[in-house]
Design a protein around this ligand. Structure first.
Ligand code: NAD
Ligand code: MG
Length: 395
């Protein structure tokens, strides 16, 4: 048997992080867990660090250092706290690092992980949306492989013939449509927090669940696919597939369409990536074709779900546009989750930010971080001054 694979997991306490831990714990002999990190959930981080026998556990919230230290006392696991500890430990050598932090908070850890890891498993899509060309260039420079965990991109990865890319005519991303696919526009705009969080097929973190309800998640995924597979915007399509069983497709010039199918269980793409190019046995759900009554596909609806066209607008406008869209979305989703504004206002916040920011050249990581910060301030001000008083959010 080959040597155990050294793995770091950033954001281990989240939905993707815990599914990664599940896969690893079912194959303990195959993995040697080094660094595990979380934002503030001390007890979960300590529990997972002990279970997986990690060498280091890092909590991003500095004030939780003593609590983590006492939870892990006697375990031999080294403990660290704060953003700088997170960034330093991102560089700990590993065969693969799983990036499962949510949002732009994961960008710098991802960049730093390229200094120590041979491969980067990307679940955390926002850094690619906001800094795609910079992430890709750095990966090439470091000779690091970028491996997609997002179910759609993982499906494409599994059927994308790298040796014959000129024969690929289209990538077709599938989208479940989220919880509101069958709702009229007026009802969607008044959706409650609870309704928006209730995804029909997947159990996920709060931010991506809201992104799935607005379908901003698919907009982010179009941009993610553009960078991961180096495909132009006009060769990336989206189709609604409410069952979430066909996880995306690649169409070739000869008319062949290759897809990867599977149950809606993130342990499948996670296992595929952390053991790549080998395959692990998972205990996840299996597809039973005898019980699938139908597989349906629909055209997207840009009137009820206006977020998707923004991705194409971004790819035609330049990086400043996708940084703005992504940052405004993070702030708007946070505002909605905190009860500051209604569901229908999320897209208005993003539009406001896009209208407020002037076109600019973005070429460095610092440019990305500066614009991202500026958009967050602009969007927060808009929410606090224009929305909070006039929108009643129903929670
Ligand atoms: P989650 O909210 O469940 O977990 C997020 C993790 O990031 C947690 O461990 C949290 O402690 C950590 N974190 C949050 N803020 C942080 C900060 N400021 N500093 C350091 N750590 C921080 O999210 P999730 O659903 O697991 O999603 C993670 C990423 O994977 C997202 O980018 C999401 O879009 C992507 N993704 C998720 C799924 C899914 O099924 N959940 C599928 C595809 C892609
Ligand atoms: Mg996805």
């Amino acid at each position: 048997m080959s040597e155990p694979r050294k793995i770091n997991i950033f954001g281990v306490t989240g939905s993707i992080g815990q599914s990664t831990a599940d896969v690893i714990l079912a194959h303990k002999e195959r993995f040697d867990v080094q660094v595990v990190t979380a934002h503030s959930n001390v007890s979960k981080l300590a529990e997972l660090a002990r279970l997986m026998k990690a060498t280091h556990a890092i909590i991003a919230d500095k004030s939780k250092f003593d609590a983590l230290k006492s939870e892990l006392s006697g375990s031999g696991i080294q403990v660290g706290a704060g953003r700088s500890a997170l960034l330093e430990h991102a560089e700990v050598p590993a065969d693969i690092s799983m990036m499962a932090i949510v949002g732009m908070a994961g960008l710098e850890p991802m960049m730093r992980a390229m200094n120590g890891s041979k491969a980067i498993a990307i679940a955390n899509k926002e850094p690619l949306v906001a800094a795609g060309p910079i992430v890709i260039a750095r990966a090439k420079e470091c000779g690091v492989q970028l491996l997609p965990v997002d179910s759609e991109h993982n499906a494409i990865f599994q059927v994308f013939d790298q040796n014959n890319r000129a024969a690929i005519s289209r990538l077709i991303l599938t989208a479940s449509g989220g919880p509101f696919w069958e709702w009229p526009k007026e009802k969607i705009e008044l959706a409650t927090r609870q309704e928006a969080l209730a995804h029909p097929n997947w159990v996920m973190g709060a931010k991506i669940s809201i992104d799935s309800a607005t379908m901003m998640n698919k907009a982010l995924e179009i941009i993610e696919a553009h960078y991961l597979f180096d495909m132009p915007a006009d060769k990336i399509d989206v189709i609604i597939h409410p069952q979430s069983l066909v996880h995306s497709m690649v169409e070739y010039n000869d008319g062949s369409v290759l897809s990867q199918m599977g149950a809606s269980d993130m342990r499948t793409p996670i296992a595929n990536i952390i053991s790549y190019p080998e395959r692990l046995t998972t205990s996840g759900k299996r597809l039973n074709f005898k019980t699938i009554s139908s597989l349906t596909f629909f055209d997207r609806d840009d009137v009820r779900f206006p977020a998707i066209p923004l991705a194409y607008e971004s790819l035609n406008s330049g990086l400043y546009h996708s940084i703005t869209m992504n940052a405004a979305n993070e702030i708007a989703v946070e505002g909605f989750l905190n009860g500051k504004m209604g569901f229908g206002e999320i897209i208005n916040c993003i539009r406001y930010a896009l209208d407020s920011i002037t076109k600019q050249n973005i070429s460095t990581l610092d440019d990305v971080i500066m614009l991202d910060k500026h958009v967050r301030i602009t969007t927060r001000n808009y929410i606090d001054t224009s929305l909070t008083n006039r929108t009643v959010s129903i929670i």
